[in-house]
Write a protein that binds this ligand. Sequence first.
Ligand code: FDP
Length: 346
Amino acid sequence: MKTKLYTPSDSTIAYSVGTTLDRFIKIKQNEFSFASGELSQILRDIALAAKIVNRETNRAGLANIGGAFGQTNVQGEEQQKLDVIANIRFTRALTKGGEVCAVVSEEDDEVIDLQNGSGKYVVAIDPLDGSSNIDVNISIGTIFSIYRRVTPIGSPIQPEDIMQSGNQQVAAGYVLYGSSTMLVYTTGHGVNGFTYEPSLGEFFLSHPNMCAPKDGDIYSINEGTSNLFEPGLKIYIEKCKERQFSARYIGSLVADFHRNLLKGGIYIYPATSKSPKGKLRLLYEANALAFIAEQAGGMATDGFGRILDIQPTSLHQRTPLYIGSPDMVVEAENYLKASQEKVAEK
Ligand code: FDP
């Protein structure tokens, strides 16, 4: 039998559609420290749930799934119907995938034991971040962190499986439901972004090896509470204005973070005199984005120290967050530290 070697062609009538997320995960599997395919499966489960949530989000205005659900979550925030739907979708996908033993979610006050006896991983997730933006058709997101459990597989979940500092993450990512839907993730070997192609139902590699600009000229902060800011932060914001930086604040963490990651900038959700720990949650918001920021060459602190080194003490713990281009984060941090030193001297 005659054979001929296949040579990939750059055909203009059947052009290559690119690298799917699935294929990329498979190619990269040997980069994981424990390359047995389980982590790949979790990423695939998350991608599947993200596609479903993307569909629900796009139909929200038509399918009576916008608006409030009628209950508050553990944060005392009113749950939106899509918050609840997204929580169910992600938890179900992770349960059925079989690799995850426990989930920490913004929407559940307790740890969810998935009863997957052989599950080696723990996932912390904000299923739908920025949910106050759902009803006004503005970008929202999903944020996730993946950890290996530290106690023996099959035994009951222990606090030490859950309360791991961010530097123990084996993977983290976010999904941005925006003008297009993107999934961005890291396994500690750089950051890659995938754009969803709805007609094929696949995420395709669109942003390989994402790098945060070292410096930037965008600052993102809710200035409506500026009278409650620490003196050092007030000075930093004034410096941004003096240099005529652009103020950009969507009020959707994933979307603000993503823009600044691509363009160069800083996102700040600070401590205020009213909320000394800020608003954002360490386990399922700050840690994942901090891991991604650092993997892209950016930086993430609580204003004084690295986010990834904070030892969590409670499930829904909050933290101030300064994240983005490293030069900007360092400068903001320097103003904070200088003003604290002045206070200490008095
Ligand atoms: P939301 O409450 O709408 O879920 O995670 C919380 C968050 O949104 C972030 O996505 C967003 O950046 C921030 O809160 C907005 O808070 P403010 O309205 O206080 O600025």
